[in-house]
Design a protein around this ligand. Structure first.
Ligand code: ADQ
Length: 614
């Protein structure tokens, strides 16, 4: 094909696809408009492609042949059939997306089967969903890690099947894998495969504790903790990303797999995978906030990180403001085209869709379904804590992390008890705090500070056996956590900055009795969705203390009205919707990619070779 004709075709196809893409993006309920946009765009591309490859004389000959009923040398039937098939797939998807049916595990499975032809998903996440640990009695036990990412993604994998590639960090992890480092999970259900990647202590220190958690984690959270960036950590980070990228490619059984990368541990992996599998559909989700551009510039390798991430086909954040911050960073640090209206970045010929996908919890929550009724949970928890039946109970459930605002929470409880003595001896706050990242000094210091603060407040207000704060510094398995959620009169989330915060949504999902009050920091992504919570600024100790008092004295009808509204919100915007929307977007991208491929293949096949130049 002549270069000029190829270029013209490429432009037309591109325009066609962009029109279709634009129509899809602005779709919502406008199904017919989308359909028309798509059909017109594809038809234009098809006709011009077909017409463009023949000269005028050929065109007339083909027309005459067609009229005579004899097959033309450049019969477009195959092309039309192919394109029609792709248009049908695309419009099926648009119609499926426009349905008002709620998102469930079943619908997610169906979406995968229909839109991605049942292709399994390859998930890459640092944290594994199940750890095998050697217990003191020598038995191997299974543990669920304290991680919002795992809580969200695990139900999605149970629904979708596929392979989860994660760091094998349990003490007995090696004992249970096969020769491919695979183990089927969940134990006893075997819904999907866990592939474990092994890291040396040195690698873990540099990549995980160093670059990811002393560098990127504080960089992305506005919590006034200085990020630490070390050259050797950065080297480990890139190398370990390469290891995970290689593992994902090994697990792929096709040249265009769907690979779903999780979080700030894998900023470099999208491009590393793209280099090995150019046709892969790569989804990346960043589970923490993305900082503003000045803050991001603190990182010594901003361009490398952005380029790594732009290997993704789709890049998801929790909120539009995180997306905008990311686009600002691309604008500042890369030579790239940023299309803000279309949420697109085009960099070195690759297009990445950058969109908000607010994460959530499964609905109904299987831990809530297994938990005893609220009355029983309350009785059991009060008995464990040796509290009377009329005690007022608050709960906090967090990893022990400086972003979660534990000290601010304790300060507000102290002020509450100082100002409102009627709660002395009546209100007990139980803090479940999972040890986290304990190799990092800042986390060990936080542990010290919170422990001392709790001791001081308890010493100040103690009455007989009663203490205002019960600090349970330990990992808790989900059944215990859900028992506390159900037993409590209030749940307090006081993060100083949080991408989403799933504890808030878990609490709501646990309260089918429609009771209990959620106090929620305004600096969480969840605050944008759960407006019926008591929103607090954790830096404002006075108002947070007042909010505790409001929660503890809230009438039952008001609790029910607020909880009902929040339950509706979380039920509808659940984690299946989160995953489903990303999968639908991925399916559209794949179909668009296939249309382009089909047109190119047909044109290349049908075009006679150019005469050799003399
Ligand atoms: P996290 O910072 O881990 O998640 P979050 O979303 O609140 O925060 O999830 C915490 C999870 O750990 C919950 O599932 C909770 O039940 C569990 N957990 C908390 N304390 C525990 C304990 N003591 N023992 C055992 N389990 C405990 C990151 C981001 C968040 C984002 C999620 C998901 O920081 O902003 O919401 O990813 O994207």
């Amino acid at each position: 094909m002549r270069p000029i004709r190829r270029a013209a075709l490429a432009v037309v196809v591109l325009v066609g696809l962009l029109v279709a893409n634009q129509a899809l993006r602005t779709s919502g309920a406008a199904g017919p408009i989308v359909f028309t946009g798509l059909a017109v765009a594809l038809l234009c591309a098809l006709l011009i492609a077909w017409a463009g490859r023949a000269s005028r004389r050929q065109w007339i000959e083909e027309l005459r042949a067609a009229l005579r009923g004899t097959p033309a040398p450049h019969d477009a039937t195959a092309l039309i059939a192919d394109v029609r098939r792709h248009v049908e797939t695309l419009t099926d998807g648009v119609q499926a997306g426009a349905t008002t049916q709620p998102w469930t595990a079943r619908r997610l499975r169906r979406t995968l089967a229909e839109r991605l032809h049942g292709e399994g998903v390859l998930v890459v996440a640092n944290r594994e969903p199940y750890l095998h640990e050697r217990a003191p009695d020598g038995q191997i036990v299974v543990r669920h890690p304290a991680s919002g990412l795992v809580s969200a993604l695990e139900p999605v994998m149970r629904a979708c099947s596929g392979v989860w590639i994660g760091h094998g960090s349990g003490t007995a992890d090696r004992q249970v894998v096969d020769a491919q480092d695979h183990v089927a999970v969940p134990p006893g259900e075997d819904s999907y495969v866990l592939r474990r990647v092994w890291l040396t202590e040195e690698e873990e220190r540099g990549y995980y504790y160093g670059f990811a958690n002393e560098g990127l984690w504080p960089l992305c959270h506005n919590v006034h903790t200085r990020p630490v960036f070390r050259r050797e950590d950065w080297d480990f980070y890139r190398d370990v990303n390469e290891r995970f990228a290689a593992a994902a490619c090994e697990e792929a059984d096709r040249e265009d797999p769907i690979i779903f990368l999780q979080d700030y541990h894998f900023a470099m992996a999208p491009r590393q995978i793209r280099e090995r599998l150019p046709r892969a559909t790569i989804l990346s989700f960043w589970h923490i906030p993305w900082p503003n551009v000045e803050r991001f510039g603190i990182c010594p390798w901003p361009a490398e990180i952005l380029e790594g991430m732009l290997g993704s086909s789709i890049l998801g954040f929790h909120t539009p403001s995180h997306c905008n911050n990311f686009l600002d960073a691309v604008d500042r640090f890369l030579e790239a085209r940023v299309d803000r209206a279309g949420n697109l970045v085009v960099h070195q010929g690759l297009t990445t869709l950058v969109r908000p996908y607010p994460i959530s919890v499964e609905w109904p929550n299987h831990w809530a379904l297994q938990a005893p009724p609220a009355e029983d949970c309350r009785r059991k928890v009060l008995a464990e804590l040796k509290l009377p039946a009329d005690a007022l109970l608050g709960v906090g459930v967090d990893r022990l992390d400086y972003t979660k605002g534990l000290e601010e929470r304790m300060a507000a409880i102290e002020l509450l008890l100082e100002r409102r003595p009627e709660f002395l001896g009546r209100f007990t706050f139980v803090q479940l705090a999972a040890p986290s990242r304990t190799l990092i000094g800042t986390y060990r210091e936080l542990n010290e500070q919170v422990t001392q603060l709790v001791e001081r407040i308890n010493a100040r207000f103690a009455q007989g056996r009663w203490r205002p704060i019960v600090f349970l510094h330990a990992h808790h398995e989900p059944p215990a956590i859900f028992r506390y959620y159900r037993a409590a009169d209030l749940c307090c989330v006081s993060s100083l900055h949080d991408g989403m915060n799933l504890v808030a949504k878990e609490f709501v999902s646990a309260r089918e009795d429609e009771r209990g009050v959620l106090m929620l920091s305004q600096f969480t992504g969840a605050a944008g969705e759960l407006s019926q919570a008591l929103l607090v600024n954790p830096y404002d100790t006075e108002r947070t203390a007042e909010a505790f008092a409001t929660a503890l004295t809230m009438s039952v009808p008001e609790q029910e009205a607020r909880m009902r509204a929040m339950r509706q919100q979380v039920a509808e915007f659940n984690v299946y919707r989160w995953a489903g929307r990303m999968i639908e977007d991925a399916a559209r991208l794949r179909e668009q990619d296939r249309v382009t491929q089909t047109l190119e293949n047909h044109v290349d096949r049908e075009t006679p070779p150019e005469p050799a130049r003399t």
